[in-house]
Write a protein that binds this ligand. Structure first.
Ligand code: HEC
Length: 111
């Protein structure tokens, strides 16, 4: 019986952590998609954070060419790619919705 309660408490704690993370992530995505960013600002963010791997003109280096990336991936998928750290060596970025939106606008400007 005691084991069952310990298990139950564990379950409640882990599912609430999961829920809050999920909720936070979703809120970030929704906030980002509500903004219409500036490609110029996004260009600066890209130059500081991304060129090392994706190249100064985003034609690819260690990381892939990002031209027409917005035709292959949805905005949501790109946000997850940038903030998730799901595909090492690409790190996860701590970025706020405004800058994320700028970055998206910049990526949309790459044909
Ligand atoms: C340390 C190197 C590195 C940095 C810095 C980096 N990336 Fe990447 N990125 C990669 C690699 C490597 C991949 C390919 C991952 C894979 O194999 O799926 C990638 C993949 C991507 C993809 C998906 C491409 C595709 O074809 O599916 C996007 C979008 C992307 N990066 C955007 C960015 C942006 C925006 C930044 C800056 C905020 C950035 N990356 C910074 C290395 C990097």
């Amino acid at each position: 019986m005691k084991k069952f309660f310990i298990f139950l408490i564990f379950l409640i704690i882990s599912s609430s952590i999961f829920f809050f993370n999920y909720h936070e992530n979703n809120k970030f995505i929704i906030d980002t998609l509500e903004l219409s960013g500036s490609a110029k600002e996004g260009d600066s963010i890209f130059k500081v954070n991304c060129v090392g791997c994706h190249g100064i003109t985003a034609r690819g280096l260690v990381g892939p060419d990002l031209h027409s990336i917005t035709k292959r991936l949805t905005d949501k998928e790109i946000i997850k790619q940038v903030t998730g750290g799901l595909t090492p060596p690409m790190p996860s970025f701590e970025i706020d919705p405004v800058n994320m939106s700028n970055l998206l606008k910049y990526l949309h400007s790459l044909e």
